[in-house]
Design a protein around this ligand. Structure first.
Ligand SMILES: [Zn+2]
Length: 78
């Protein structure tokens, strides 16, 4: 990635990392934005996933299995 001299004059927006609240430059080359690092991104995704599993009642995976089973019972005989 070659940086043009003019790029330093460009106004860069800074956001706070959702995980650790560190300032993150909102630039195109930062594929992890709004996260500051891959680690913070994984932590956030992990927290999101664990919240899903905290839903009381049937585990999400069982609902998915039911849907798959019903889908297979469609009259699409070969
Ligand atoms: Zn972070």
């Amino acid at each position: 990635m070659s940086e043009k001299p003019n790029a330093k004059n460009a106004k860069i927006i800074t956001v706070n990392c959702p995980t650790c609240k560190s300032p993150v430059e909102w630039v195109e080359k930062n594929e992890l934005r709004p996260f500051c690092s891959d680690r913070c991104k994984l932590i956030d995704l992990g927290a999101w996933a664990s919240e899903e599993y905290k839903v009381p009642g049937k585990p999400v995976s069982e609902w998915d299995l039911d849907e798959v089973t019903m889908g297979n019972e469609n009259p699409t005989l070969q």
